[in-house]
Design a protein around this ligand. Structure first.
Ligand code: PLP
Length: 425
């Protein structure tokens, strides 16, 4: 591959054109294995950012894509419908909390979040109320587009960089009580007081249920989520749950909100929706929200992307949902969780480790110092694994089909990285 061209001309996620880091050329992938151009095989620990839950090159997903591409890859969704979208709608409704009935198909996670925020704003507009604010949590992550950035943790460079251009929303302290530990009611104090003070201006609360992902990989007590639902009901504020990372089984439940027996007013899903094959997301809401939105001045929901409901993506999503309906993902995720529970405590006392935590098929090693990306990435590749850390977080969310030996190899490579000073700043 022409890596010099790549280095010179292609921007990768969050990278510099001045000092581009090494990119590793993948030529194929199968199951949990990525194959590099030189033939080297890597055990995948990332599911390509939460998405490839069934592993790569899956025969069922391939078949769905081939079958659909020979009929129609894309057709506009305005005034036209098709079987893959209808089928996907049915499957989604059978999986999501049962109060949700109206599905808006969107292009990516960030767009699903934008759509959810627009729904909440249109909802209050239709009710004749001006509610321009959102309440969210510190350490959250909701995407890279403008509205999504504005509800993402303010202590990263996005808020200072785009100050004056980003709407300013309200942030409550993130939960301190961890999953599986004792619940302390005072964890909700700050959230409660923000809602008490500002509720008449707040259109919706938006949070990631139980696991805060890219904003810190924090796994929190489900009672916090329960409390958030109760407080939203009490103050008449909508609750948006962003399950783009956690949805479709990753935390051991189909959706993370099930850990707290809570239903959102609006749900965002994405990432694993197509089993990691292509970009597709959905924002799903209740009849009350949908019908109120559409009873307003505009008379409809004001959004409609060009590639909305893309048949090829819907067809693959259907195959991925079907695998979730029949495959034993629950047992697979539990097996990965048990592997983390056995292996991660063994490195907890390493001098470089601040904390280890896990839930379902998510395992996190928080280090005392930030990683040196170039060096640690090379270390992982040399050790035959694909793990992509950021800052002080080395985390794994392997495909559900990963076996004990795969997880052992991932944790092993982290363990040897901890012993190498050059892997850290
Ligand atoms: C990844 C992610 C998003 C953004 O999704 P994209 O597909 O990258 O736009 C939003 N929210 C959460 C919780 C995510 O993990």
């Amino acid at each position: 591959m022409d890596l010099a061209f790549d280095r010179q001309h292609l921007w990768h996620p969050y990278t510099s054109t001045l000092t581009p880091l090494t990119c590793y050329p993948v030529v194929s992938a199968q199951g949990v294995t990525l194959t590099l151009e030189d033939g080297k095989e890597l055990t995948d620990g990332m599911s390509s950012w939460w998405s490839a839950i069934h592993g790569y090159n899956h025969p069922v997903l391939n078949e769905a894509a081939h079958h659909q591409i020979d009929k129609v890859s894309h057709v506009m969704f305005g005034g036209i419908t098709h079987e893959p979208a209808i089928e996907l709608g049915k499957k989604l409704l059978s999986l999501v909390p049962d109060n949700l009935e109206h599905i808006f198909l969107a292009d990516s996670g960030s767009v699903a979040v934008e759509v959810s925020l627009k729904m909440a704003l249109q909802y209050w507009h239709a009710k004749g109320q001006s509610r321009p604010k959102f309440l969210t949590l510190r350490h959250g992550y909701h995407g890279d587009t403008f509205a999504a950035m504005s509800v993402t943790d303010p202590n990263n460079s996005m808020h200072s960089l785009y100050k004056g251009f980003l709407p300013e929303h309200i942030f409550a302290e993130s939960p301190k009580c961890r999953f599986g530990e004792d619940w302390d009611e005072s964890d909700l104090d700050d959230f409660k007081s923000q809602l008490e003070q500002y509720h008449s201006q707040i259109a919706a609360v938006i949070i990631e249920p139980v696991v805060q992902g890219a904003g810190g990989m924090r796994i929190y007590h489900p009672n916090f989520l329960k409390g958030v639902r109760d407080l939203c009901d009490h103050y008449g504020v909508l609750l948006i749950l962003d399950e783009i990372a956690t949805g479709f089984g990753r935390t051991g439940k189909m959706f993370a909100c099930e850990h707290a027996n809570v239903q959102p007013d609006i749900l965002c899903v994405g990432k694993a929706l197509t089993g990691g094959y292509m970009t597709l997301s959905a924002t799903i809401t209740t009849p009350k929200v949908a019908n109120t939105v559409c009873s307003g001045e505009a008379g409809c929901f004001m959004h409609g992307p060009t590639f909305m409901g893309n048949p090829l993506a819907c067809a693959v999503a259907n195959a991925s949902m079907a695998l979730l309906q029949c495959d034993d993902w629950k047992q697979q995720v539990l097996n990965i969780e048990l592997a983390f529970a056995e292996l991660l405590p063994k490195i907890k006392n390493h001098r470089r480790v601040q904390d280890v935590r896990w839930l379902g098929a998510i395992g996190v090693v928080e280090t005392t110092d930030a990683v040196n990306m170039e060096v640690i990435q090379r270390h992982f590749v040399d050790n035959g694994v694909w793990i992509r850390p950021f800052g002080r977080l080395i985390y794994m969310m392997p495909p559900y089909i990963s076996e004990y030996g795969n997880v052992e190899k991932l944790v092993g490579a982290i363990s040897t990285a901890l012993d190498r000073d050059e892997c850290f700043n």
